[in-house]
Write a protein that binds this ligand. Structure first.
Ligand SMILES: Nc1ncnc2c1ncn2[C@@H]1O[C@H](COP(=O)(O)OP(=O)(O)O)[C@@H](O)[C@H]1O
Ligand SMILES: C[C@@](O)(CCOP(=O)(O)O)CC(=O)O
Ligand SMILES: [Mg+2]
Length: 387
């Protein structure tokens, strides 16, 4: 008896960081997914442990359920239907459980992901044996929302095997949740993101849950309908960074310069709203598309300038910007910045040979370039082992 859930990563087209401070942002799901398989042992397997296997990293974590019960104080007040933040007391207990396992120094960032797993698992299922296996097509810690995809897929798998959702177990292949179940997944995923990000805006888990392209402000999403083909080159600088630290850095700058930063956030809000209007306006012919792309390019450049004001660019990002500009292409960082990924708009009429040249120049700098489908599905689940 096993459920498999998958949730997509995302690109932020405009408004990262500012969205944490109440500005509008635009994001779209990409067709790279994180997968979580979850199953409970049968009684004759006689297995009394909770296991987490991070397959790509070749890391296995295992906790006897007796130990979890002993370390985590009363979970009695936590209810599946009303997601709540992990209390300080439980967070301390969870870190004891995580620290029992030696995580290699180079992968120490995973500790917060493992903590999010322990919180979501125990909050939804209590102290019960199970095995979860995680794989991902997303680069971790690169601005493509791997943390949210992980929390969304995990919450979906956990809720699918809880009594709180009604699902068709006989359905073959991927299926989607109903509206109220999606809302519950999104709320639990946000609680997981809080453990990883500190102060998430909720945009990443929301776009990963619902898919498509969204405009997001203060917890509210608006779905964006568009027939505009949008192609972005994604360049991973491969410079590692941590969203939590970058988000905290912007908040500190905001405390030091409240008035200036508030103007920056207002400008970003206008950019995101204008971008949404441009993307949603109907496309009629090639000229209209080129005009729209030019507007988007300008908005991306303006947003990048404001991200520089927030202090979240990086030398590697600046190198990508300079390189793409040589080919008259516009770029901006996506996600938390400080390294990670950069988006470059690839206009519809751009020749393939220019794309090849810019990619080879970027790759000669040690960066990795790829494209991904934009605006696809949100989280989905599938069951195996049910007759
Ligand atoms: N597949 C995964 N397995 C375990 N932890 C994960 C996974 N994906 C993401 N995480 C957690 O999320 C962190 C990266 O999140 P973050 O810094 O927000 O970057 P991003 O969300 O852009 O990839 C990882 O260090 C890890 O703690
Ligand atoms: C910087 C921020 O706007 C996006 C972070 O995205 P990512 O974790 O870098 O993929 C933070 C947030 O909105 O929670
Ligand atoms: Mg993240």
């Amino acid at each position: 008896m096993e459920v498999r859930a998958r949730a997509p990563g995302k690109i932020i087209l405009a408004g990262e960081h500012a969205v944490v401070h109440g500005s509008t942002a635009m994001a779209a799901a990409i067709d790279l997914y994180t997968y979580v398989s979850l199953g409970f042992p049968t009684p004759n397997e006689n297995d009394d442990t909770l296991k987490l296997h991070l397959k790509d990293m070749d890391l296995e974590f295992s906790w006897p359920v007796g130990k979890i019960k002993e370390v985590i104080p009363d979970l009695g007040s936590v209810t599946v239907s009303s997601p709540t933040p992990c209390s300080l007391e439980i967070a301390r207990a969870i870190s004891i459980l995580v620290e029992e396992h030696k995580i290699p120094e180079a992968k120490v960032g995973l500790a917060s992901g493992v903590s999010a797993f322990l919180w979501l698992y125990t909050a939804i299922h209590g102290c019960k044996p199970a095995k979860a296996v995680v794989t991902s097509e997303l680069p971790l810690g690169s601005g493509l929302g791997s943390s949210a995809a992980f929390c969304v897929a995990l919450s979906a798998a956990l809720l699918a095997l809880s009594d709180s959702v009604n699902l068709d177990f006989s359905h073959q292949g991927w299926q989607v949740f109903g509206e109220s179940e999606l809302e519950l997944v999104n709320k639990w995923a946000l609680e997981g993101e809080k453990i990883i990000h500190g102060k998430p805006s909720g945009i990443d888990n929301t776009v990963s849950t619902y898919g498509n392209m969204i405009k997001f402000r203060s917890g509210e999403l608006t779905r964006i309908n568009t027939n505009m083909p949008l192609k972005m080159l994604i360049t991973n600088t491969k410079v590692g960074r941590n969203t939590k630290a970058l988000v905290a850095g912007v908040s500190e700058r905001t405390l030091r310069h409240p008035s200036a930063m508030s103007s920056v956030f207002n400008a970003v809000d206008s950019i995101s709203n204008e971008m949404a209007s441009v993307i949603q306006a109907p496309v009629s012919d090639d000229l209209a598309i080129t005009e729209k792309e030019e507007k988007l390019e300008e908005l991306m450049e303006m947003n990048q300038g404001l991200l520089l004001c927030m202090g979240v660019s990086h030398a590697s990002i600046e190198t990508v910007l300079r390189t793409t500009l040589k080919y008259k292409l516009s770029s901006k960082l996506t996600g938390a910045g400080g390294g990670g990924c950069v988006l470059t708009l690839l206009p519809t009429l751009l020749s393939g040979s220019v794309v090849d040249k810019v990619v080879s120049e970027l790759e000669s700098n040690g960066f990795q370039c790829f494209t991904a489908g934009i605006g696809g599905n949100g989280m989905e689940i599938s069951f195996t082992g049910f007759s």
